[in-house]
Design a protein around this ligand. Structure first.
Ligand code: BGC
Length: 542
């Protein structure tokens, strides 16, 4: 693969605590991943994106990092990391690690030092401390509300408060501080020297903030019609300087390390993250948020094609990750369902149509895999796993659950450990019960259950990824259906070599054009494409 292998890669996200547990403590670990590399090789993925595996008290599933240059002892050692990476590389699979630069955990040695050193100290300058309001500093510096709900300021008992845009255990770094900037460059080099191929950059838009006084209120923050690039907390122009420094580090390696930004920003801002002198690529969450609708999919694909041509980057297509309801369940719910309320009902109200959800999920996956750009798959989607929406209250781990006082159920339902076998205390995940309870119906979806079944979703993923590899062309796509005709329900596009993908978003079968069927997401008979199905065609002689 070339230096720009990431441009059209199939990347598989591993949420390590829930992938495979080699030591039987109920938490997935690095040796567990090593033991399952064969699964990844059989699937045919080009790369793995590994969610955080650093030492962490797991206040936010590992996105609260105690030490950026070590492995959580619950997950293994640096030697285990090297062994896992070597096994992946030997199987021809690249490794992208998750880097969390917006905040550390409150157990990071710098944060402990900041607490010990007191107000006005250089140690506190590495984070965002401000004096509280009121006569004795007992009021927070502002009324801001964090991403998980709840206040963004935590008092430390001496009149100072620290900023945390996420959980209180995740203090935000001060990116105006030179030590912070230098330390992250050191971390990037540390993992690059060890041989990783790239980085996924968590909350890439929030690092740089304007904290000058007076601080605006939340209402002012929300209402402000700010000039793009000047919002107090998000997507500030100065971020480009940070990422230019990072890019210099990435490009000092041969091959250059890639990076992909988690950046929820409007289309006209995305190139600040995707350009070659910045991180190079960014997540595109648009299809993940789109309704099951041909016109919506078409508009998103066209827009991202335009953006790619403008920035020189390539798109990332994604339907599921560790932060959202699994797409099989989403696609089984009526349009407009309030997902938070649905989770509150334990996944009962309304009851999802999981057959339909799976049909659409498979069709959407096949569509994604035909697009130019890279496709990000989330562990378990190759098994057709739905969301586990009824995790008992006592087992909930997502900080959102506690911060909302038990109102918002959070993201645990997509993080339930994978079923590898149909039997056993945790369906082959480990030797004992898993850290999040697995439902009994996981048995029917286990890897071992599906592996030799040609009709299974697992077999379908394997075949689709193999076919994609065979057909892959330059990054180019032409939408070839005609809106207004079948265009309302059918989305058809082709690559330069004639590799054509057709998705029928409707429920009625439609005529297929001439061509040889390479693969379809559901049965195709008598020259007709059934509803909620995708097919790939090539020229009859191809
Ligand atoms: C990650 C989340 C995490 C948050 C805070 C997000 O972008 O994907 O899982 O809770 O960042 O680190």
């Amino acid at each position: 693969m070339s230096d720009s292998w990431w441009r059209q890669a199939v990347v598989y996200q591993i949420y390590p605590r829930s992938f495979a547990d080699a030591n039987g403590d109920g938490i997935g670990d690095l040796r567990g991943i090593t033991s399952r590399v064969e699964h990844l090789r059989d699937l045919g993925v080009d790369a793995v994106w590994l969610s955080p595996f650093y030492p962490s008290a797991l206040a936010d599933g590992g996105y609260d990092v105690d030490d950026y240059r070590d492995v959580d002892p619950k997950l293994g050692t640096l030697a285990d990391f090297d062994e896992m990476q070597a096994a992946l590389h030997a199987a021809g699979i690249k490794l992208i690690v998750d880097i969390v630069p917006n905040h550390s955990s409150n157990r990071h040695e710098w944060f402990r030092a900041a607490l010990a050193a007191g107000p006005g100290s250089p140690e506190r300058e590495r984070y965002v401390f401000r004096r509280g309001g009121g006569p004795n500093g007992e009021e927070p510096p502002s009324d801001w509300v964090g991403y998980f709900g709840g206040p963004t300021w935590e008092p430390v008992g001496d009149g100072d408060w620290y900023l945390h845009l996420f959980a209180p255990e995740q203090p935000d770094f001060n990116w105006a501080n030179d030590e912070v900037r230098a330390d992250f460059l050191r971390t990037l080099r540390f993992w690059s020297d060890r041989g990783v191929d790239g980085f996924r950059v968590d909350v890439a838009t929030a690092l740089v903030k304007d904290m000058s006084l007076p601080l605006p209120t939340q209402a002012e923050l929300d209402a402000e019609d700010v000039v793009p690039g000047t919002h107090r907390l998000h997507d500030r122009d100065e971020l480009s300087e940070v990422y230019a420094e990072w890019r210099a580090v990435f490009d000092s390696y041969d091959p250059p390390r890639m990076a992909v930004a988690e950046a929820w920003v409007p289309a006209d801002r995305i190139k600040r993250y995707t350009s070659p002198d910045s991180l190079g690529q960014a997540f595109n969450f648009d299809l993940l948020q789109a309704q099951w609708d041909a016109a919506a999919f078409r508009a998103i694909i066209e827009e991202h094609r335009r953006l790619d041509l403008a920035s020189g980057s390539s798109s990332t297509w994604v339907l599921s990750n560790h932060d959202v309801i699994r797409h099989r369940s989403r696609y089984g719910l009526p349009p407009g369902t309030d997902e938070t309320a649905w989770l509150r009902s334990g996944g009962q109200d309304p009851a999802p149509d999981l057959e339909r959800g799976l049909r659409r999920a498979r069709a959407a996956t096949l569509l994604l895999l035909a697009l130019p750009g890279s496709t990000y798959l989330y562990q378990g989607e190759e098994l057709g796993l739905p969301e586990v929406a009824d995790i008992p209250v006592g087992a909930r781990q997502d900080p959102v659950w506690a911060i909302s006082g038990g109102d918002v159920k959070g993201r645990d339902g997509c993080r339930v450990p994978l079923p590898w076998e149909a039997t056993g205390p945790s369906f082959g995940f480990g030797a004992g019960p898993a850290h999040l309870p697995q439902p009994g119906w996981f048995a029917g979806l286990a890897v071992a259950t599906q592996s030799d079944d040609e009709e299974s979703t697992l077999s379908f993923y394997r075949e689709a990824i193999r076919a994609r590899r065979r057909l892959q062309t330059a990054e180019s796509v032409e939408i070839t259906d005609s809106a207004g005709d079948d265009g309302d329900t059918v989305l058809q596009f082709a690559r330069p070599n004639g590799w054509t993908s057709i998705t029928n978003f409707g429920t009625e079968a439609v005529e297929l054009p001439a061509g040889r069927v390479v693969i379809s997401s559901g049965p195709v008979e008598d020259g007709k494409l059934p509803g909620e199905t995708t097919v790939w065609l090539v020229a009859a002689e191809g």
